[in-house]
Design a binder for this molecule. Structure first.
Ligand SMILES: Cc1ncc(COP(=O)(O)O)c(C=O)c1O
Length: 442
């Protein structure tokens, strides 16, 4: 492989292929994934999910550190080799004087189309952003609300967004109401009803996650349908769901959706997307002001999603490297990925389910959780588990804090968050379960 890579770089820098697409060095690995999964096309995703030999071809697409078990891609994603190579190669081209800044004409449009197809919307409804934070903040700060209008959300959102919400309260007189979702919920309806019954005549905007830090999948479609009957807009934070479960924007029926590609999907660090329902684009200004050069006036009310991408100079390497991420997902298929991730979650969780002291924060029902699963162990703090995992067992996990009050750190509940990825193997989960029992009973 090293030889192949070197010769590719040489030919790309000095040869006629300078401005060609950074054709994936992983073509062979991708072909092998395609062939392997094509051969299995008559089998159901649930059947394929249990077949280790098929998934080994996916694991081989990643350069993983031997001996380490990575169960934290929900907070810190890992890209396949094809994405990393594309980033490096594109960055190199971007610095080449002969490129003139126009690396691959038409490539961005092609990627937008591919991404739009992946999330089932039209390219004109999609902006490529740097992350979920950018997309969510664009909506929270840009959607016009009057003093005393309400934003309804939960006590389980990403902590940074409470800062933005507090600022809206302070500067604009917006009222922010936070609902405590049941943990774990026993049905999707229970989650939806908790939000629906909290809507008041002053509610204008609802913000929910598609997958919460607890691992719970929120029934977005049901809430979005209900909110429409009340004239309330719905913003969905897809940071943890994108690449883990299917994102079908036509099906979700929400008004705004923001996600990061660099977590579960394995995209380059610093890539995300923002979807805005077409009828809202003119009314939602971008985070940064800019001038529309055809009128030399503010572009705030433009109907082109491009306005959300005007964030000053940035590397094209990240956006142009979304192609290999999508190729891998297309080669395997998101339904199969979702089924595999759910299977891996069940594989480890069933082994400790019911054991003294373990409390899951999501049901194992596939309608209520996929790969990500939160839990706590009575009497143990996150660090009591994470430290020996890191130092002795070479296992990486995430932690999360939920259900607390803004400005009162002592009120937050600490949970452990674990998510297998598409490259995770069963032997790694066996090692993890053994280690978990060891720390739980220490
Ligand atoms: C639920 C949730 N939303 C949003 C974010 C922010 O994602 P990003 O840093 O990619 O913008 C995070 C980060 O971990 C998160 O957990």
């Amino acid at each position: 492989m090293a030889g192949t890579r070197r010769s590719f770089l040489q030919s790309s820098v000095v040869g006629a292929t300078l401005f060609a697409l950074p054709r994936s060095l992983m073509a062979e690995a991708l072909d092998s994934i395609r062939t392997t999964f094509d051969k299995a096309k008559m089998r159901s995703p649930e059947d394929i999910a249990t077949d280790e030999s098929l998934w080994e071809t996916v694991t081989r697409a990643f350069d993983l550190e031997p001996g380490y078990t990575n169960l934290q891609t929900i907070s810190r994603g890992v890209s396949p080799r094809s994405v990393i190579d594309a980033v490096v190669d594109t960055f190199r081209r971007d610095n080449d004087i002969r490129s003139g800044g126009n690396l691959v004409p038409g490539r961005e449009d092609a990627i937008r189309k591919q991404l739009a197809a992946y999330v089932n919307c039209v390219p004109e409804e999609l902006a490529i952003t740097r992350n979920t934070t950018e997309g969510v903040t664009t909506v929270l700060c840009g959607w016009k609300l009057q003093p005393c209008d309400e934003i309804l959300t939960t006590t389980q959102e990403h902590e940074a967004f409470y800062g933005t919400l507090a600022r809206l309260e302070e500067l604009n007189g917006i009222v922010v109401r936070k609902v405590r979702l049941p943990v774990p919920a026993t049905s999707p309806d229970e989650l939806a009803e908790t939000m629906e019954t909290a809507i008041t005549p002053r509610t204008r905007l609802i913000m929910v996650c598609h997958i919460y830090l607890t691992g719970q999948i929120f029934p977005v479609r049901r809430l979005a349908d209900f909110a429409k009957t009340r004239g309330v807009k719905v913003l969905v934070d897809g940071a943890l769901s994108f690449g883990q479960i299917k994102t079908d924007l036509a099906e979700l029926n929400c008004d705004f959706y923001a996600a990061s590609c660099h977590k579960c999907a394995g995209g380059p660090r610093g890539t995300g997307l923002l979807y805005v329902r077409p009828e809202h684009i003119a009314a939602l200004p971008p985070l940064f002001g800019h001038i529309d050069i055809s009128t030399m006036k503010s572009g705030d009310h433009s109907t082109a999603m491009e306005k959300y991408e005007r964030v000053g100079t940035q590397s094209q390497a990240m956006e142009l490297s979304l192609g290999p991420m999508l190729e891998l997902h297309e080669a395997v298929g998101i339904e199969r990925i979702q089924a595999r991730l759910h299977y891996l979650k069940q594989y480890w969780a069933h082994q400790v389910e019911g054991e003294k002291n373990f409390r899951f924060t999501a049901s194992l029902d596939p309608r209520l959780s996929c790969a990500a699963l939160g839990f706590d162990i009575v009497g143990k703090k996150w660090v009591d588990v994470a430290k020996p995992f890191r130092e002795t067992e070479k296992i990486r996990i995430s932690g999360a804090w939920i259900d607390g009050e803004y400005g009162k750190p002592e009120t937050w509940r600490e949970i452990i968050l674990v998510n297998p990825a598409i490259f995770t193997t069963r032997p790694q989960l066996d090692h993890y379960v053994t280690a978990l029992r060891k720390v739980a009973h220490a």
